[in-house]
Design a protein. Sequence first.
Length: 457
Amino acid sequence: MARLVEIHRSIFAQLIAWAILIAAMITFGLWLLTDATIQRTNRIALERAVDVDLAGMVDIFASGGAVELSNRLNDRLALQPRDANPAHYILADARGAALAGDLRTWPGLHAGISETRDIALPSGQRALARATQLGPDLRLLVAHEYRDLGLLLRQVALAFLAGGLLAVAAVALAGCLAARRLAGRIERINAAFRHPDDDALAQLANGSKDRDEIDELTRHSGDALSRLRRLASAQRETTDQVAHEMRTPLMHLDNRLVRALAALPGKARDSEIAARITDARQEIRSIIRMLESLLDIAASQARRGDPHGLSPVDLSALAERLAELYADSAEESGHRFELAIAPGVTVEGEEMQLTRLITNLLDNAFKFVPPGGTVRLELERGPRLTIRDDGPGVPAQDRDRIFDKFSRAANHDGLDASGAGLGLALCRAIAQRHHLEIRLVPSEKGACFTIAPESKS
């Protein structure tokens, strides 16, 4: 089953979120611009209305004098047009005392320069006013109230809100459809990398028609995976052939040494020559074991992430079988062997490799723990396998490189530390092949190795 990317980590989800955010920001920006435009247009229209009204009053004063102007002001106040902003007037003397109009106090505008600005009316309404000097002792102010734009602005805001929601919904829907299609195409590539089998490569080939960049990526990915499969296959064939070509003459040489040892006279079989022949045979067998370990490490590393050959393995039953075998050996060697195996723990893997992983760790524990010491095997759900002992442990200077190939810990109190230094390197390669992680964890005494699923970080 394909592993799905979490929604907050998906690039397609992020693109949709950004598209929705941009659509919302554009809608909000357009609303602000429209709101400002409406209010600015209203002020410009109000300024023009005030200027026209004031110019008309000045003409009336020029033709009819102050008395005629006062009459006209009263007429204007009595007959306010319904479709226009309410108007207010004040005709005042040099001291600001009202002579005509509905405003009783001069707002403070400088009539000599025809000052224009907003004023507050006695009713609390805001108005745009302009003053002018009609004579040395006479001045006039015309003010028009601002139109109440609250209803209009609310309607505009509601229209933009509805339109924005529709736009965001349309962007989200289109983005989801496009993202789902793109995610499906990308998933084919990811599936091929997770399981590079013939079916996955065939799907990549069928989905690559050189129409866009993703199709080109699909084709290049399929070509790269095919080349990697061919290289891996050639590498396995080469290593198998090299192993065969090296193992065969070594085995022949071992057989010759066996025949040479058998051909020695009875007394000579206890001589130095016989001892050297026996040592040579042990060296040959050691070389063969090292060669096989190196090949196993290379094979496990090459198949890391490859699901072929993996099947459900009852790790609990496997640990129980190995525990029975090591229990007898522990009794003979004078060790205490403790068990804590949870039932029903399974894992996807290769039983032979998992067996070798556990036996390598147990062999190391019994090898380095002196007689009378304790080795403990624990298996918990997760799975989490722990092998701990109360032996001398791993020296501090060796802990960082203990899983490297050809790395051997220093001797402890005369204990046998011989070997090629490939056991733990093979354990790590097998663990990685099964998406597991082997670690040497700190302990108060001895060594403690844990095997658990690889962390995702």
